[in-house]
Design a protein around this ligand. Structure first.
Ligand code: SF4
Ligand code: MSK
Length: 651
């Protein structure tokens, strides 16, 4: 129930989505507090937002706000130890990279551990679904796929390949020497650039630990050196931890290909058991899909008076299940409380990342069972049930959870109110399917991506990704940025909650091209039958965007490195540390990357200049921040045009 001093959000100002507006209003009528109301009540700290508050030791917190009039002459601000604003902001930035890289990479490690169990035949519930993908990734781990016997080349045993891939993958987190193997997947010139700059990641865990050491009180006090280490950790995230997560998930659960699905709160059904999965790791949710589809569970639901089981996802778990099974998406990050407020959510199952602790308080007001499943992510509230999920008896755990949701169907108490809004969407593009749908390769025909970029029908490529943030109007900036880009013939690759927002606005359908795109992009989309906004999956699947850019480089005609391409990145409504890690691996892979909302660097202008300008000289990519979504998109387009000019393909 809402606290006494709570201010209420204006639903029309809080979101552009009518279903969300309706449910915020509903929550307020019922006296249930949501993130939208809390954002009205609590405003952010003016010093923290500038990135210049340090609490790395007990002599602080030391706060170094930038004077309103700016700094005249020498900047004499310092903490008790003498740390400058640049050092403090850079340490805070580095710790965000560490937090983000650890979240993605620990997810990747979990996937690799399950894959190792599969390879060792220790689990019967998970299998290899895509052997083709296994063979495709094996060489990147230096695992041979053939052997020579008596002078003849023969295919190697699949079980042997799987085991070796699993062991080599696990090694990427903690090998004692050398560098991560997967980093070589980048274009050769980019790899050489990183080598020269000394930022090749050694192993994932080490780079993250080293950030924590360097940012401890009294260690690294050079903002440039701190950013160099942030680069190692971010590259270890994007090109190693996240990329291995994506690849091994594809091997075990199938490489996505375009599939039709639906999105928004209206996918929930009053006469069905509604089971909502929320979080990130498909290890759990894949099993829940299988359990929901089992005859045993469907019969049990019918016995309890339900017409069926409606499974739906929130956040990146939603993207994982949608891209591989077409499971409908309930909503974005900011809609998680609202799914329960429908009164029709019989169980919400969560694993890791982006889960509001307030879900437990909202669930108390309804009949919803809130179930945590991961040993590293529990909640203190006593109405939360913990069912620890273990890959060795995964199906048993999944059925227990589904049965709990079915048993709870008859306990609905509040009046059910499910918004009617839902959109049809096509999701599940990856590097493989982009290639397949655009002429079977990246270059050489009327249909291929590189040719369409060179001839100008497609002006460039944008990656628009990331979260929602309750400090901005829900989905507004994602949709404004994306519409501005496609109107100007820029094709958009999207992941995470940005992808869900695009689906909710009807932008993940091939039909929307005629309405929203410039003439060149519309022609390409209509010819090959793809949407102008391609859903590439979850946050770890940003690795697919890196690999798509790499394929464009390799196909030729557009320079030697990702930095040469007419591409730009964006996270219009970012909020998580993971977004900072993603942003930093995009930037240091050569992509101009614009964030919305605010960046916690404004209190340290010299450090900010390093991120926003100097990094371009090192990596070819640089950071920027622009909260106005139209200007945000225009900055990306200007960068794309600059690159087209440098390539000599501007028209
Ligand atoms: Fe203050 Fe330095 Fe301690 Fe940070 S490390 S809290 S700047 S004394
Ligand atoms: S779920 S990290 S709110 S995109 Fe990946 Fe969405 Fe951001 Fe979480």
């Amino acid at each position: 129930k809402k606290a006494k001093a709570m201010k209420l959000a204006d639903p029309l100002n809080a979101s552009i989505d009518p279903a969300t507006q309706q449910m915020i209003k509903r929550a307020q009528e019922l006296g249930v507090e949501t993130v939208f109301d809390r954002a009205e009540t609590m405003k952010p700290c003016n010093i923290g937002i500038q990135g210049t508050c340090c609490k790395n030791c007990a002599m602080g917190p030391c706060r170094l706000p930038l004077p309103k009039s700016g700094i005249e002459g020498e900047d004499t601000r310092k903490g008790l130890c003498g740390a400058t604003a640049n050092t403090i902001a850079a340490r805070n930035f580095a710790r965000m990279v560490a937090g983000g890289a650890s979240a993605h990479s620990d997810h990747g490690r979990g996937v690799a551990e399950v894959f190792l169990s599969v390879a060792r035949k220790e689990t019967e519930d998970y299998h290899i679904k895509d052997y083709h993908k296994l063979l495709a990734i094996a060489p990147h781990f230096d695992v041979a796929t053939t052997v020579t016997v008596d002078g003849e080349t023969q295919d190697r045993d699949m079980d042997e390949i799987a085991l070796e891939v699993a062991e080599k993958a696990m090694n990427e987190w903690g090998k004692p020497d050398s560098e991560c193997l997967y980093i070589k997947r980048a274009p050769e010139a980019t790899y050489n650039r990183w080598k020269e700059l000394g930022v090749l990641p050694r192993n994932v865990d080490r780079e993250i630990v080293e950030i924590m050491h360097r940012t401890h009180m009294g260690v690294d006090q050079d903002y440039k050196n701190l950013i160099k280490q942030s680069t190692r950790a971010a590259l270890a995230d994007g090109w190693v931890g996240s990329m291995i997560a994506t690849d091994l998930q594809d091997v075990m659960f199938g490489t996505p290909s375009p599939v039709q699905s639906e999105v928004n709160l209206g996918i929930m059904k009053a006469d069905h058991v509604n089971l909502v999965v929320h979080g990130h790791e498909p290890i759990l949710s894949e099993m829940i899909v299988a359990a929901c589809q089992s005859k045993e569970m469907m019969d049990y639901a019918a016995e309890k008076g339900a017409k069926g089981i409606q499974l739906g996802g929130i956040c990146c778990t939603a993207n994982e299940l949608a891209q591989r099974h077409g499971v409908p998406i309930v909503g974005t990050f900011l809609q998680q409380e609202l799914a329960i407020i429908t009164g029709a959510c019989d169980a919400m199952v969560v694993d890791v990342q982006c889960i509001f602790q307030n879900l437990a308080n909202v669930a108390k007001c309804f009949h919803t069972k809130l179930i945590t499943t991961h040993p590293i992510a529990r909640m203190e509230q006593n109405n939360v049930i913990h069912i620890e999920f273990d890959e060795h008896h995964a199906m048993e755990d999944a059925k227990r959870i589904v049965r709990m949701a079915i048993d709870n169907f008859e306990n609905r108490k509040a009046e059910v109110m499910i918004p009617t809004q839902k959109e049809t969407q096509v999701v599940g593009f990856g590097v493989e399917s982009i290639e397949y749908h655009l002429g079977g390769s990246f270059r050489g025909s009327y249909y291929t991506l590189n040719d369409n970029i060179i001839n100008g029908r497609i002006r460039g490529i944008a990656g628009v990704v990331g979260c929602n943030n309750a400090r901005t109007k829900h989905n507004n900036d994602h949709i404004t940025v994306i519409k501005e880009l496609i109107k100007n013939d820029v094709i958009v690759l999207t992941t995470g909650c940005s992808a869900i927002a695009a689906g909710m606005a009807g932008l993940l359908s091939p039909e929307c091209a005629a309405v929203h795109c410039g003439p060149g992009l519309a022609e390409v989309c209509e010819t090959v039958g793809i949407p102008p906004v391609l859903h590439l999956g979850s946050c770890v699947d940003n690795s697919r965007i890196l690999l798509a850019a790499t394929e464009v480089v390799k196909a030729g005609g557009l320079g030697k490195e990702i930095k040469d391409l007419p591409v730009a990145g964006s996270a219009p409504e970012w909020m998580s540390e993971k977004a900072i890690s993603i942003g930093h691996y995009f930037v240091t892979s050569g992509v101009y990357t614009v964030f919305g909302v605010t960046m916690p660097v404004d209190g340290a202008p010299v450090f900010r200049d390093h991120l926003y300008n100097e990094l371009e000289g090192l990596y070819g990519g640089m950071w920027d921040c622009e909260p106005d979504p139209v200007k945000h998109a225009q900055k990306m387009i200007a960068h794309i045009d600059k690159k087209r000019q440098e390539l000599g393909i501007d028209k």
